[in-house]
Design a binder for this molecule. Sequence first.
Ligand code: SF4
Ligand code: SF4
Ligand code: SF4
Length: 248
Amino acid sequence: MATYGLLLDFNTCIGCKACMRSCKEVNNLSGPLGQELSAENYTVVNTYKDLNYRKMCMHCLTPSCTSVCPVGALKKSELGPVTYDGNKCIGCRYCMVACPFSIPRYEWNNPRPVVRKCIMCISRIEQGKEPACAWVCPMGATRFGERDRLLDIARARLTRHPDKYVNHIYGEKEAGGTSVLMISSIAFADLGFRSTLPQEPLPDLTWTVLRKIPNIVFTAGIVVGGIWWVINRRMELDRENNGNNHKA
Ligand code: SF4
Ligand code: SF4
Ligand code: SF4
């Protein structure tokens, strides 16, 4: 099965924010367009020295967020997107700690808060459509396609225009590689992207750390309901799954 992704070319982005608006529309997100990722803004477009650049979930090839989620709310699809199920999420925020790109955001204003992030419009992909942000982009600055093909396009642009791009495809190797790839005329570190991430997948490391130092998790207030709630929720989900299996 083909694995899809997005190529964000900051050099061709005009900062129109149509991607942000379409993301809000397809995900029913309220509130104004923000400058920071939030539960109401799964993607943001900002400007640095005349360069417009986007931030969103990187859809890691081997995501840390899925490996630490105790209830399986986050999942890596074979198609590429890392999805989440808000009905399963218990708001423990393990994924926020584990994500090397600091992407998941918390619904601070919701009485039953869960974590939110971009899901690469997986339902659109399953219907044979592009993610809304790629479909709406007037410049092709957000491009959808098979990850291998997007890598070829990115490499070709860097080779053809070494004067216009830094020699770095962000996401090709970071944290084991991601389904979202970025190219730019300005170094990614200067745009606020983490530039010293290891090239190996991080899930084993993050889970080992979280498991060994649970007190840090508690001290930071990351577990909202306590272990008993996790267990109860797991049992509840098991019951639901069993019920569904029986109905099937
Ligand atoms: S960027 Fe973070 S939230 Fe997105 S898939 Fe990777 S680990 Fe998960
Ligand atoms: S892929 Fe979909 S959910 Fe993700 S930023 Fe684009 S429009 Fe939003
Ligand atoms: S829609 Fe395209 S050109 Fe407009 S801000 Fe988003 S990425 Fe840039």
